[in-house]
Design a protein around this ligand. Sequence first.
Ligand code: NAD
Length: 360
Amino acid sequence: MTWQADNPIKVAIVGVGNCSSAFIQGLTYYRKFGADAPGLINVDIGGYKVTDIVPVAAFDVDARRVGLDLSEAIFSGANIAYRYPDVQVPHSGVTVQMGPVMDGVTPALAEFVEVADKPPVDVAKVLRESGAEMLLNFLPTASAEAARFYAEAAIKDAQIGFINGMPELIVCDPAYQQAAIENNVPLIGDDVKSQLGGTAIHRALLQLLKARGIHVERTYQVNYAGNTDFYNLVHRGQSKHKTKQEALSTLVSPETEISTGFSYVELMGDRKTAIFFVDGVNYGGAPLHFEAKLEVEDSANFGGVIADMVRFMKIGLDRGVSGPLHSASAVLTKHPPISIDEDGAAVQQLQEFVDGDRER
Ligand SMILES: NC(=O)c1ccc[n+]([C@@H]2O[C@H](COP(=O)([O-])OP(=O)(O)OC[C@H]3O[C@@H](n4cnc5c(N)ncnc54)[C@H](O)[C@@H]3O)[C@@H](O)[C@H]2O)c1
């Protein structure tokens, strides 16, 4: 098996951590078992299949990943993402390149990342020479400076699409929206709503309660896992709290109290647990309490959404759309530039985009 495709969608990745691992392993899984094997949100998006996605460049800063082929790097260092049974990731021919470290690795993350003693490559040049059509940003939470550096390299220098998978507000920033329009490139972001993640479940729960006339007084969710991202969230997670809470706030009244919590529980590895709590009132003010629990492989839950985002981005590129792709961002991200309150309406708009009846 190789990474060939008749009509490849060429992607570059920054941050070869657990989410990259799950994304790449998943691409291999569908190459082996067929693009219509179970587990995808969409099998076909505007004629594009998940098997059309081909990695052409990757950047990291960890000495145990930089210089390796992507197929080995995704299993190296502190990466503990779910290992897909029966999947052998083939040699990709993509060597992980050293990026500028900036604020990507804090002292807290030093336990997980061994910074390579190498000079950074010229990221924009590598992007241009690789033929990448888009850059997928999987940097650690709160890498504000590094995220902006890569966004600029993609949007302004290499002039390719930019998908922001992490909770730094870039696609929502009017300056980047303007830059994308000037450079004729599309954007999707910010931060990924996992395939069946805490945000999606919490939103569905709140929509159900609203539809049944339940007034939500307070609601909170507690998340824990033992991967690098959770360790990082505990230490630097303010931007994550913000994107998660904003994804919920549009569904409840302004006075409703919303809280989100993260804990690092090492032995859980990449398995994430999310527990949801709601206190509300129903008929005549009678009290109501609701709890629900989800257990899921955290990075795999991210990979499937990226597999869709890449194909929506490709449609935007094919059509020469520039600036934020609003319908894709509203459906697939936690913090889109324009939120659409009803998830059904957002999905409908995204279908209109795919059908060519909506520009973005
Ligand atoms: N379900 C999910 O796991 C999920 C959902 C939504 C969003 N996210 C976001 O995705 C992002 C990635 O998550 P992850 O679990 O893969 O994290 P991770 O810590 O496993 O991977 C991050 C990678 O970035 C690398 N890195 C750090 N600084 C860098 C730099 N300056 N240049 C290049 N590479 C650098 C690290 O070495 C590491 O390999 C996080 O911001 C997370 O919040 C994850």
